[in-house]
Design a protein around this ligand. Structure first.
Ligand code: PGA
Length: 235
């Protein structure tokens, strides 16, 4: 893809095609800067008649300790950028609860909930500059299910731009595990910008290793990689 807009356009088209084919689709959703353009386009499609009322969503992750109404929580991000604008039934929008009293139980509940809906039809993924997917940082075992994770220093630095300072970035998150992600029927990996070029190269062309979490996608039967020119510059 030439640029961010064409990457977003391509991914939005794939999501809409899935919803048109199966109105009760289960979508796996990502946060961060990468999917913002996709969400804007999904809102436009909805305004032009695409019905999201039967869609179920599962987000990849949430910061530990941030309540749903915290401006940097991923629940807040999803409300602002998508949920409130496309008529999604809130009871069908799922994000791990980073304030749960028993975080381990919350992780198990999340995986069971995904299984009980029949699994994710289409999972959107961004990629970290260290090739993380969700918040599965380098070294995470491929067999991991949803779990509490410590964020890598590089992730805290990357995400500090959304907070007043790096000190305010939570140090832990609940993240859907690698195995949980790999159980999705179809996956779209998105990336834009030169800061992702090394991670995209390692994920697509490098050895499959837990040190490069996104490299696990080479083992999945249905992955579409949609990247802009800058992110693809090493391919
Ligand atoms: P970004 O994050 O979209 O904000 O670059 C991607 C990721 O960390 O997975």
């Amino acid at each position: 893809m030439n640029n961010y807009d064409s990457m977003s356009d391509e991914v939005a088209k794939l999501v809409i095609a899935k919803i048109r084919k199966k109105p009760a689709s289960v979508l796996g959703l990502a946060t961060g800067s990468t999917p913002l353009g996709v969400y804007e386009l999904l809102v436009e499609y909805h305004e032009n008649g695409v019905d999201f009322s039967q869609v179920t969503t599962f987000n990849l992750d949430e910061y530990v300790g941030l309540a749903a109404d915290h401006p940097q929580s991923y629940r807040h991000y999803m409300e602002k950028n998508l949920f409130a604008k496309v008529g999604l039934e809130r009871k069908r929008t799922h994000i791990p609860d980073g304030t749960a009293a028993d975080l381990e139980a919350e992780c198990r509940r999340y995986d069971e909930l995904i299984r009980s809906t029949g699994g994710i039809d289409l999972q959107l993924l961004g990629i970290g500059s260290n090739a993380h997917i969700g918040f599965n940082e380098p070294g995470t075992p491929f067999g991991s299910e949803t779990q509490v994770v410590d964020l890598a220093e590089s992730t805290i630095r990357d995400n500090a731009r959304f907070f007043a300072s790096a000190d305010e970035v939570p140090t832990q998150a609940i993240s859907m595990g690698i195995k949980s992600i790999m159980q999705a029927k179809n996956i779209i990996l998105m990336a834009n910008g030169g800061s992702k070029a090394d991670a995209v190269f390692a994920a697509v062309k490098g050895p499959v290793t837990p040190e490069v979490p996104a490299s696990v996608l080479q083992l999945h039967p249905s992955v579409t990689v949609v990247v802009d020119q800058a992110a693809a510059s090493r391919l």
